[in-house]
Structure formats: structure tokens, C-alpha cells
Design a protein around this ligand. Structure first.
Ligand code: FAD
Length: 420
């Protein structure tokens, strides 16, 4: 453990220290900045990373962006999807997940570039005049006053910086160093499948819709991400990456074309440098708050991307934590007890999405015939049973948590005689 004046050359003080300039950290910095609270955000990278991917902003995330006056600004860097079509690998239709059935105004999802969203949050946070960002600054240690966190020590190139504040928010992602420094336990599980992602030129044939192909431990998703770009996601078992490389890029392209020939022309233009491997983790964290500290975003929870909620939950975390921080300022109390309402409001949702993510992964990623059979049957039943589909959609889209009952599961399997 280090005290504030050991080894450090630069000493800074602020109100709130945020570690990590991902969506969680930037969103929190922006909201606090708009409240007139001084924030210093430390980010280990030199600048925002332009990840070549698209991610789904669900209605719950859209609502937050709208409330912050940012929704219209992100539209040029995103694509509105009303329907996700699900097919089997060989092309048979399974089901339409229709976002346009949701109550307006958020009866769609936006597939957006994470980079552009973060760039927008960064710009707006800076405009508040209360947010200071320290780039190339890596969190190293917490500073303690007794049992309460009161700052961080970070490394900016060769210089050590001491930052003191009323509390530290750890938004430093799934492998959170802040979480470790707090001594908070986390159960980390790497799913057996990860994904190749790539951004392609968008071919004709998409109109406010996206395509999802599921097979025997095979998944291909094609999501338009802007007027010009298409985002591709392809399941790769994590132990088969090497075999994939040996088979070569051309063999892979051929495999993709056998699933959907619409990407023939765009695929010709991509090389290995355009393809990125994304491992996928489930992270369950024991506690989200401590005396003088809180965790947000993937530092607090991570679940399978099939629920497409990680980014949206990170935004919800930032909104909820900012409200609690406002109260902490009023009461002059940043203790664990004072921060606990944040954990109480948010953790239960993360656990629901974690469970749902696991359930979807079990069926969607399976190569076992009985599970594949159940999955395909459930998709077809959902297509025929609008009430059931709606129930599932409201949960995934973050509109309302409405989990399947046992009866719903029977209905989804088609062993319940009535249409609902
Ligand atoms: C394949 C895939 C697809 C996904 N699709 C979706 C989707 O469609 N919709 C959705 O909502 N979510 C999706 N997600 C989840 C989503 O990407 C994450 O939940 C989200 O990016 C988490 O944001 P974050 O800010 O918490 O963490 P991160 O994005 O990991 O940001 C953490 C930041 O902290 C910085 N940092 C780390 N350590 C330090 C340190 N020691 N000092 C200083 N800075 C540090 C990092 O550089 C980084 O900038 C997907 C995830 C995957 C893997």
C-alpha cells in the first residue's frame, strides 16, 4: 500500500476520479460534469481506440442518450434496425425479432460504432468545462485514508501522478485493476466461443433489418452499422483459432459465402488485418461499492453479447451512480453505505442479463443435435406466438424485465396447445 506523497511527482486534486475512458467512464464523466462536479478521468490509451465493430444500442440505451440530448447526434454514425431476421445456416427462415412492435418512440435498435459514441461522449464531457482527461495514464494503486479510498496513483509515461478526490469510480473494463486493488472478488469465466468481427462495405439488400444465421455451433451475424458499412460477427471456438488460420482466409470467405452470398463483393476487399478476434467473458463481481469507491460497466459485470446489453447496462450504471454521487455530495458522505443504493438499484439487472446470456448461449452456440432442435423449434414458436415474442423482446431490449415463466417455456417449446 502506498501513501499519497511516496514516489509521486505530480499531485492533483479533483472531486471524482474516474478510471477508464470506455462507455461507462465517459458517460459518468459527462453526467457528473453537467452537474458541475469536477471529474478527472484517467485512461491508459493515448486516444480513443477506433474498434472496427458495431454494437447494438437497445431502447433502454437510446432513452438515456435521448435524455442527454445525444440521440440525434449519434444517428449519422449508426443504423436503425427494426427487424432481426433469424435463419438456419442453410437458409431456412426461423423467426423475426420485431423491434417495431415495441412502444414508440424507441421501437427500434441502433447498431452504432462504439468509437463514434465514445467520441461524442468525450466531446460533450469536455464541453462541460468540469472534466479533465489524462491520456496515457494508467491506474496503478489506490490511495487510502484509513479504510476509505481517497485517490489513485497512476503512471503517465515515466511520471507517477497522485490524484486525490472524494471517491474513485472504476470503469476500467472486465480485467479491472481498480476492482483488484479494492480486494473485491470476481468470478471470471471465459466462454468457449469467441467471435471474429469485421467491418465491410455494405451491400444492397438491407432495409432497416439485420440477419442472424445459427447452425451447429456456428453463428454469422450481419448488421448494417451505417449507410456505407456492414458489421460481421462470426463464431470461432476459442481453441480453433489456429486451425482457422491454417485453413486460410480464402477458405473462410468461401464458408461465409455459402451462408449468405450477399457479402461476396465486400468480402473481396478485406484482408486478415480487417478481422479481429473478440474473446467473450462472464464476470460476476461480489460487491460494486466500497468506502470511497464504486465499479461501473464491465468492471462490475460482463455477460454474453447475445443479450447485447453490456454497453447499455454500462450507461444505466453511469446514470444510477451519478444520482447517488449527487446525494453523497449533499450529505458529505462517500462511504460504502452511502454508495450502496447504486449497487442495490443496478446489480439485480446485471444478474438477470447474465443468466439470460448464459441461456441463450447454451442453445444458440450449441453443436448438440437435441439442443439445436430445441433452439430451432423455440424460434419458430416465437414467430408464431406474438405475445411470447413480445415478452422476450421487452427483456432483451431493456424496456421491461418480463422473464419467461415455466408455462411460457412450455409454450415456447410448442407443447402448450393454445396460441398466445
Ligand atoms: C463480441 C462482442 C459484442 C458485443 N456487442 C454488444 C452489443 O451489441 N451491445 C452492447 O450493449 N454491448 C455489447 N458488448 C459488450 C460491450 O462491448 C461492453 O459491455 C462495453 O464495451 C463495456 O464498456 P466499459 O466502459 O465498461 O469497458 P471497456 O470498453 O473495456 O473500457 C474500459 C476502459 O478502461 C481503460 N483501462 C483499463 N485499464 C486501465 C488502467 N489500469 N488505467 C487506465 N485506464 C484503463 C481501457 O483502456 C478502456 O478504455 C459486446 C461485447 C463483445 C465482446
Amino acid at each position: 500500500m502506498m501513501t499519497a506523497d511516496q514516489k509521486s511527482r505530480t499531485h492533483l486534486s479533483t472531486d471524482i476520479i474516474v478510471v477508464g475512458g470506455g462507455i461507462a467512464g465517459l458517460m459518468l464523466a459527462l453526467i457528473l460534469g453537467r452537474m458541475g462536479i469536477r471529474v478527472t478521468l484517467v485512461e491508459k490509451n493515448r486516444e480513443l481506440i477506433a474498434h472496427q465493430r458495431g454494437e447494438i444500442l437497445q431502447p433502454n440505451g437510446l432513452k438515456i442518450l435521448e435524455q442527454l440530448g445525444l440521440l440525434e447526434e449519434i444517428r449519422p454514425h449508426s443504423y436503425e434496425v427494426n427487424v432481426f431476421h433469424f435463419y438456419q445456416m442453410r437458409g431456412d427462415f426461423l423467426c423475426d425479432i420485431r423491434y417495431d412492435l415495441l412502444p414508440p418512440p424507441y421501437s427500434y435498435a441502433l447498431v452504432a460504432s462504439p468509437y463514434h459514441l465514445q467520441a461524442l461522449l468525450l466531446q460533450k464531457a469536455m464541453e462541460t468545462g468540469f472534466v479533465n482527461i489524462l491520456w496515457e495514464t494508467e491506474f496503478q494503486e489506490l490511495i487510502w485514508s484509513g479504510k476509505k479510498v481517497c485517490g489513485v496513483i497512476a503512471k503517465q509515461r515515466e511520471e507517477r501522478i497522485t490524484l486525490q478526490g472524494k471517491m474513485v469510480a472504476g470503469g476500467d473494463g472486465g480485467r479491472s485493476a481498480v476492482r483488484s486493488a479494492l480486494g473485491i472478488g470476481a468470478a471470471i469465466y471465459q466462454y468457449r466461443d469467441g467471435y471474429f468481427t469485421a467491418r465491410l462495405e455494405r451491400p444492397a439488400g438491407f432495409n432497416r433489418d439485420a440477419r442472424y444465421y445459427v447452425g451447429n455451433r456456428r453463428i454469422l451475424a450481419l448488421f448494417p452499422v451505417s449507410k456505407s458499412d456492414l458489421y460481421l460477427l462470426y463464431l470461432i471456438p476459442r481453441n480453433r483459432q489456429e486451425a482457422w488460420r491454417k485453413r486460410g482466409l480464402e477458405a473462410w470467405k468461401k464458408e461465409l459465402l455459402s451462408i449468405d452470398p450477399v457479402i461476396e463483393e465486400p468480402l473481396k476487399k478485406i484482408g486478415l488485418e480487417n478481422i479481429h478476434y473478440m474473446p467473450v467473458f462472464r464476470i460476476r463481481v461480489d460487491a460494486w461499492v466500497a468506502d470511497g469507491a464504486a465499479l461501473i460497466g464491465d468492471a462490475a459485470h460482463s455477460f454474453n453479447p447475445h443479450v447485447a446489453q453490456g454497453r447499455n447496462q454500462a450507461m444505466e450504471d453511469a446514470v444510477a451512480l451519478a444520482k447517488v454521487i449527487e446525494l453523497c455530495f449533499k450529505n458529505g458522505d462517500f462511504s460504502k453505505t452511502a454508495l450502496m443504493p447504486y449497487q442495490e438499484t443496478r446489480k439485480k439487472y446485471a444478474l438477470i442479463y447474465e443468466k439470460l446470456g448464459d441461456e441463450l448461449t447454451l442453445f444458440w452456440n450449441s453443436g448438440l443435435k437435441p439442443l439445436v432442435w430445441i433452439r430451432n423449434r423455440v424460434f419458430r414458436q416465437l414467430h408464431k406466438k406474438p405475445k411470447l415474442m413480445y415478452k422476450m423482446l421487452t427483456t432483451v431490449s431493456g424496456v421491461k424485465i418480463d422473464l419467461f415463466t415455466l408455462l411460457d417455456r412450455f409454450r415456447a417449446l410448442g407443447v402448450w396447445p393454445w396460441r398466445t
